[in-house]
Write a protein that binds this ligand. Structure first.
Ligand code: ATP
Ligand code: MG
Length: 378
């Protein structure tokens, strides 16, 4: 378990989090399946009320399992789940006041749109008059005010998705859980619906936990993102912090492109931070960038932080230029992604502006500002 997670768990146990009515606190949650497979390992997570949290991670990393545990659909082996300051670990699904939207949005095809939205209100025994008012409100909220009488099959995928979100919101859950709700939709529609969802969530003041495979979507929608791998949350932070200050190799590599530079000797403390020995000479790193207790530090440099030059001249505050050979270029429209091979054999990904280098050419150098490199742990 990463060190920061321990710190996070302490603050959870110490109840340092202000437990607003609809905050979610996952406290040491573990889940082992009947076949012995470990789905979640001692997981800690705090989502403040009204925030949008995204679970991001590779297939099989435990995202759905965590969502199901929060919903009450999967029973944890250890740990607690709190909504506000109420321990809901032992409560039934229905008692948790949670709305769900799953990938196969499972609207009832034999019901029209209004009946779909009304269905959970009936389950919750709302009066007929209250139901009618609420269905109209929801239809307005999801911007389908005139679609109440239409059958589900007569709607587009995106419209059905909005109905599914509306249905989940109808009885005013404090919490909304969404498991890849837009997985089946095309990119444009996802963007539009993502923006809609965010607006609906903020307007209603709901706490949302969202699962996606799409990093860009996660960056755009989320207050905070939890990066999961192997049933563990590797890092939980705001999108920009995850990108610029990843704590582990995995997080750095998983989010966007990362160049990893091995540190070949123990770090040496300097007045302003650390000096890391690498195959490319010593590289200075700011003290704040060192993960606490890093056992096997690695340097991360983002492609956009690497400067490609033809002259190899040393620059102030930059690492000594490394001679490279260009092995590949990907033209991406507004920018160009170049693969440059150093004498060590390591291939660096370098992002360039429009002007493209010549393929197969040697006579290039790469360099980056010392301050651009971040130290991460194993
Ligand atoms: N009922 C089950 N019994 C045993 N193992 C399970 C069960 N459900 C899930 N798993 C396993 O637990 C791990 C986590 O599954 P989970 O569905 O949470 O992954 P995920 O992160 O949602 O993946 P995906 O992105 O593919 O949806 C996987 O290795 C999966 O095979
Ligand atoms: Mg899943």
């Amino acid at each position: 378990m990463a060190v920061h997670e321990v710190a996070e768990s302490r603050s959870t146990h110490g109840q340092a989090h202000a437990a607003s009515a609809n905050s979610i606190t996952i406290d040491g949650l573990a889940l082992t399946f009947a076949n012995g497979h470990i789905g979640l390992q001692s997981t800690h997570l705090h989502v403040p009320g009204g925030q949008f949290c995204t679970l991001l991670g590779p297939s099989g990393s435990g995202k759905t399992t965590l969502l199901r545990a929060i919903a009450g659909l999967a029973k944890p082996t250890a740990g607690r789940i709190l909504i506000g300051s109420t321990d809901v670990t032992g409560l039934d699904v229905q008692a948790r006041n949670i709305g769900f939207v799953f990938q196969n949005y499972a609207l009832f095809p034999h019901m029209n749109v209004a009946e779909n939205i009304e269905y959970p209100l009936k389950l919750h025994k709302w009066s007929e008059a209250d139901r009618a008012v609420r269905v109209k409100e929801i239809l307005d909220l999801i911007e389908l005010p005139h679609a109440g009488r239409r059958m589900v099959g007569e709607l587009s995928g995106g419209q059905q998705q909005r109905v599914a979100i509306g249905r989940a919101l109808a009885y005013r859950p404090a919490l909304l859980l969404l498991d890849e709700p837009m997985g089946a939709l095309d990119r444009r529609l996802r963007q539009q619906l993502g923006a809609d969802l965010r607006e609906i969530q903020q307007r209603a003041g709901i706490t949302a936990v969202y699962v996606t495979h799409d990093q860009e979507e996660a960056f755009i929608l989320s207050d905070r993102i939890a990066i999961m791998a192997g049933g563990v949350i590797q890092q939980y932070a705001a999108p920009s912090e995850l990108y610029f200050r990843p704590r582990t190799r995995f997080v750095a590599d998983f989010l966007g492109e990362a160049n990893l530079v091995e540190v070949t000797a123990p770090l040496v403390a300097t007045a302003s931070g650390f000096e890391a020995t690498t195959a490319y000479g010593p590289i200075r790193v700011e003290a704040a960038d060192r993960p606490e207790g890093a056992s096997k530090p690695t340097l991360v440099v983002r492609p956009e932080d690497i400067v490609l030059t033809r002259d190899g001249a040393e620059r102030d505050g930059h690492v000594r230029p490394i001679p490279v050979e260009i092995v590949r270029e990907l033209f991406l429209g507004s920018r160009c992604l170049v693969t440059a091979r150093a004498p060590t054999g390591q291939e660096f990904r370098v992002e360039c502006a429009k002007s493209r280098p010549t393929h197969g050419d040697a006579g290039f150098w790469i360099s980056w500002a010392h301050s651009a490199a971040v130290l991460v742990d194993e």
